[in-house]
Ligand binder design. Structure first.
Ligand code: ARG
Length: 717
């Protein structure tokens, strides 16, 4: 009983329902939230959305791959998600001759569906509040002891919850560690590609249109989950059969109009809505600009090679897309945080908190402590970014960094041969997949450029001094670009990592001196050791401190005003967001419509362009106005995308957008530029979710893909 009480207290104690903001934990929808949804157009009962005993909406929602959402849309395990979520798998299934990424692909029958070994989908089995048992053990702890204990307790809880079931589970902190829920999942690993539009539809508009509205992208792809004969997860086998899901979503082709109720169920990854002013400032002044600067260079060097060779373009496509996606995000996030003076808003909120905290020993000094922690970390913050996004932005260097574990094992006294073997096996396996994706030409230039940037941009007294001294004697003045060109060229010619014979010799009988003398390892190890030995401690202290202070701050805010924190920050657990279809005013004098159509797709068309080219079938069908049952009656046109004011974030990609009857009307795939500060501050006037209209999805499958059999598999309403 107590369990339930804490949950009810934290998750739905008399919340203020603020229009459209909120990522609700759906296993206990408070009355206020549920009633508000009904008032706004929901026609389903709570049980139909989430039930422990009966099939409900939640059973159709899956974690797709490592960081996306997907939904089951047929009795035979058919899954819809975004094109950008399937992107890596589509690229991996492609070759220069059979280029599905470029040309699209539709399996004519189940036999033609292509296994995607990198993918899995996870179904949510159950949720349990484990706060009391976790908190009992964490009592009185802080810093790294708190984190270590949490890990230990979580492992125990997970073991108990999953033993003998084949399930997986995770204990997840909510409200910054003031509540803990256990999530149990069933993971299916036999996932196959059923179909995808060509990239010129699935990623139409590329990075120019990414994070922007109006948008004309058909960002969807179709997969299928397979299971063994008993419906249980199984490794890929030709004997596996399509999964018979507990529930699948019906699809509505009635379309949307302004103010229609919309509901999104999915897996938002992270938000930090109670970030402090200090954290905001660190992002806008240091972290985001540094990430953007480094990614700019890496992307340019990758693209140079991608332009030259279709094989390289395919090889680097997925990694390029994900670096570019958050390159633009971090840039936009910093700009919007500054534009809306989120720093100022946070300062004001902290002032209120300080007033309240006066005379309360637990909270009185909290803000001063935050300030101290950030000030102590500030000198090293840029260094951390330059190491992770710069030095390790070179794939070869990143792989080399993983060899540090081997070096540690090799130099440990007494040596543990078993441990050495285990690590050697792992790194050997990892090397194979590293080499598959490795493009030496771009990587060599990335290594040179990022090392040079580190030298120029990071405070001298934080450098790995010995390395740069050695570089000067061996290759020339570290101020000169050409020094790094010569150095990188040598690294790529000499490292055993890129030489099969020497690598096999080494890894069959690893020894520390060969490893330490390898030019690449010598380079990477010196940067990592410099950081770990000199600043790693500050980083750990900072992280622990912010974790402790953040937990206390959240607790304090909830005491100060129990109405204020109505939903927990996103943490990649299943959430429900509700809102409605809405236009917005991006700036003075401008109104953005809530739908856009195929007319706009044609308007953006640039023949042969990297981002705005189109398949000729699309142009022909669009010109013929061959929209069939997918045509929008109001506009007498084909709607491509629409926007809603739902509260979502990265991780929600691929999430179903549902109408009041729980029918699929679209797939969420992006957020708009004007609200890129949404992780830290939700702006109810500006925030929009960008969705691909399900009628455009079906039109592409049916009219362009010729895959009527897929349409026939759906439950159309
Ligand atoms: N911004 C989208 C998201 O994070 C991804 C869009 C992918 N497209 C691209 N051009 N990189 O969900």
């Amino acid at each position: 009983m107590k369990k339930l009480i804490t949950v009810i207290f934290l998750l739905c104690f008399n919340l203020i329902v603020r229009a459209d903001e909120g990522m609700w934990v759906l296993y206990l929808l408070g009355d206020k939230v549920y009633n508000d949804m009904v008032k706004k157009g929901l026609k389903l009962s709570r049980e139909q959305i989430y039930s422990m005993n009966k099939a409900s909406l939640k059973d159709a929602i899956v974690i797709f791959g490592g960081g996306c959402t997907g939904e089951v849309v047929s009795r035979e395990g058919l899954i819809f998600t975004n094109h950008h979520c399937g992107y890596g798998a589509i690229a991996a299934a492609s070759s220069v001759e059979k280029n599905y990424l470029r040309d699209g692909f539709w399996a004519k029958s189940k036999n033609e569906e292509i296994p995607a070994p990198s993918l899995s989908v996870q179904f949510l089995v159950r949720i349990e509040d484990v706060t009391p048992s976790v908190e009992k053990e964490l009592a009185g702890l802080s810093g790294s002891a708190w984190s270590a204990k949490l890990q230990e307790v979580s492992q125990r809880i997970v073991k108990n919850a999953t033993e003998g079931t084949g399930y997986e589970a995770r204990v997840v902190p909510f409200y910054r560690g003031n509540q803990f829920l256990l999530f149990v999942y069933e993971r299916y690993r036999d996932v196959r590609l059923v179909g995808t539009p060509p990239e010129s539809i699935g990623k139409f508009g590329g990075d120019t249109d990414n994070w922007e509205w109006p948008r004309h992208t058909g960002d969807f792809a179709v997969f299928r989950v397979y299971a063994d004969k008993n419906g249980k997860p199984a490794a890929y086998s030709p004997d596996n059969v399509p999964l018979r899901p507990k529930y699948h979503l019906p699809v509505s082709i009635k379309g949307v109009k302004e103010n229609d109720f919309t509901m999104v169920l999915g897996y938002p990854g992270s938000t930090n809505r109670y970030e402090t002013s200090y954290g905001v400032k660190l992002k806008t002044d240091v972290e985001n600009p540094a990430i953007v600067r480094l990614r700019d260079v890496r992307l340019r060097l990758m693209f140079d090679e991608m332009k030259k060779d279709p094989a390289v373009r395919l090889q680097l496509a997925s990694s390029y897309a994900s670096i570019a996606n958050y390159w633009k995000f971090f840039d936009g996030e910093a700009k919007q945080l500054l534009k809306y003076d989120v720093y100022g808003q946070k300062k004001a909120a902290e002032e209120t908190f300080k007033q309240w905290a006066k005379g309360k020993p637990e909270y009185e000094n909290l803000m001063a402590e935050f300030e101290k922690a950030y000030a102590a970390w500030l000198p090293y913050a840029k260094h951390r970014i330059y190491l992770n996004e710069g030095i390790l932005g070179s794939p070869l260097a990143a792989y080399g960094a993983s060899l540090l574990a081997l070096e540690r094992a090799l130099t440990r006294k007494p040596a543990n041969p078993e441990e050495i073997n285990r690590i050697a096996e792992n790194v050997n396996r990892a090397r194979t997949s590293f080499l598959e994706n490795e493009n030496k030409a771009s990587d060599e230039r990335i290594l040179a450029a990022t090392c040079h940037m580190f030298y120029t941009d990071i405070a001298r007294d934080q450098h790995p001094e010995e390395f740069f001294r050695w570089l000067r004697t061996a290759y020339g003045d570290p101020q000169d670009e050409s020094t790094y060109t010569r150095f990188a060229s040598d690294v790529f010619r000499k490292t055993m990592i890129l030489d099969d014979t020497r690598w096999q010799q080494f890894i069959s009988k690893p020894d520390s001196s060969t490893l330490q003398n390898d030019l690449l390892c010598r380079y990477v190890f010196s940067f990592i050791k410099n950081y770990n030995n000199r600043f790693g401690l500050y980083a750990a202290e900072f992280n622990n401190r912010i974790n402790d202070l953040g937990r206390l701050y959240m607790k304090g805010i909830m005491q100060m005003n129990p109405q204020l924190v109505s939903y927990p920050d996103a943490n990649f657990t299943m959430r429900l967001s509700y809102g409605s279809v809405k236009p917005y005013r991006p700036r003075d004098g401008v109104i953005y419509d809530y739908t856009c159509t195929i007319t706009g797709v044609l308007e953006k068309y640039k023949p042969g362009d990297y981002e705005f080219d189109l398949p000729k079938e699309l142009i022909e069908a669009a010109n013929k106005k061959d929209f069939g049952i997918y045509k929008d009656a109001r506009l007498n046109n084909l709607v491509v995308c629409f926007i809603t004011n739902n509260d979502i974030t990265g991780g929600n990609s691929g999430s179903p957008v549902l109408n009041g009857n729980g029918e699929l009307i679209g797939l969420a795939f992006d957020g708009n530029y004007e609200a890129l500060s949404h992780k830290i501050a939700f702006d109810k006037d500006m925030n929009r979710t960008i969705c691909v209209d399900v009628r455009y999805v079906l039109w592409c499958i049916d009219k362009l893909g010729g895959a009527k059999h897929i349409i026939n598999e759906l439950t159309l309403r």
